[in-house]
Unconditional design. Sequence first.
Length: 289
Amino acid sequence: MIAAIPFPEIAPEIFTISLFGMDFSLRWYALAYIVGILLAWRLSLAALKRPALWRSTPPMTPAQLEELLTWVILSIILGGRLGFVLFYQPGYYLSHPAEILKVWQGGMSFHGGFLGVVLAAWIFTGKHKIPRLEAADAIALGVPAGLMLGRLANFINAELWGRPTDLPWGVVFPGAAAQDCGSILPGLCARHPSQLYEAALEGIVLLSLLLWLAFRGGALKAPGRITGTFLAGYGLARYIVEFARQADAQFITPENPMGHVIPGFSMGQLLSLPMILIGLALILRSRRA
């Protein structure tokens, strides 16, 4: 018998309230978004309130950061949803356009949310004449905290699990789809808890590195270094974890069991490569500044 860890009995809903014949639930996923955004805001604010960390002066005021927060929240939701629709299930949503608005049913893309934040920050900084690279450094500083909470929520929701494994820390996720391992492993299907791998790499490790660079390593005095480290770090972490993460069902066929969108690359890896390259370019640029 293969050693495996049973999935913990944690409901996706924290609590549910019934009012006027309707049920209103607070889900762990929603709470992760809320707390993650607040943590990112507080970390960015802490850096902005310490002028000595910056090359000259902080790129924006706390009031401007609060205004930008509203833009960021909207861009995460819109970009994340549209990214999922365009990158992962365009055919389905072209046939069911009304489903695009049903964000409460799940389906968000980090890469789409990231592009949404980039666009919103570009417009906002241009409007207020804020130095863009330094503003990007302030924003990027706290993002891994939100990523960590989001991946933990993915685990609680028993979604985005990994490929089948016989390693002792494999998790037996519930549901017919998770238990469909084909003939790869006999008996119960244990899978890589790839959500936890991502929470550790994209969250804990990357957050620790960025905080050290910003508050101890003087990186905020070199515009673009924090942003570059975040982009390269996230891209590399996601690229690595994709080897253990189950591809989305729409990419898997009998001829393509690994779910590669082009030979040797999953969609997550393909989208992460530009982030790694841009991140490295920003780090090199910051070293020359």
